[in-house]
Write a protein that binds this ligand. Sequence first.
Ligand code: ZN
Length: 217
Amino acid sequence: MRIVLLGAPGSGKGTQAKKLVDHYGVIQISTGDLLRAAVAAGTPLGLAAKTAMDSGQLVSDDIVLGMIKERLNQADTQRGYILDGFPRNLAQAEALDGLLGELQQTLEAAILLDIPFEDLMQRLTGRQTCADCGAVFNRFTHPSKQPDICDACGGPLIQRGDDNEATVSKRLTVFEEQTAPLIAFYADQGKLFRIDGTRPIDTITEEFHDVIERMKS
Ligand SMILES: [Zn+2]
């Protein structure tokens, strides 16, 4: 199994990726994890990434691609993998195809966990965490019984600073702008599958299994 998982921040992509890893025994390759590991290990790519991040810049496609290439050359990828957070734009998707060509592999599917913008806004801007026990609520989708008070321990519920509407809206807009060309790219290749991400977690997981079974046949 070699798939790309596409989904906006707040789509539940990470949750589903973990379930697929458990179910199919494949590995999850996340750009975020690779970056952190490379920086911590002080590899040449890690150092280059750190330099970019320290100066407030995005890590370049070359660095990200270099890390993906190193990762895909490791033996544990033989049973399959789920790419999570990569490719992030059209240039990376084209480069990934080139890289897979070198490795004599093909990508089987790009699965999009599809959720309307407004739902994502609610999921991300409504998040509240208990300052005392860490319990998580959502003002819209999973409210506490009393506003701003934790059901579990009575502690105060707080919102993260970067979960405000303006910041979230900007993040989602950037995501949509970058992802739209990717969706078209994989649709043209006949590899795009859409899953309705508004349904319950277990229903979504079942649909992932359906898509993967169809992909195999
Ligand atoms: Zn609490």
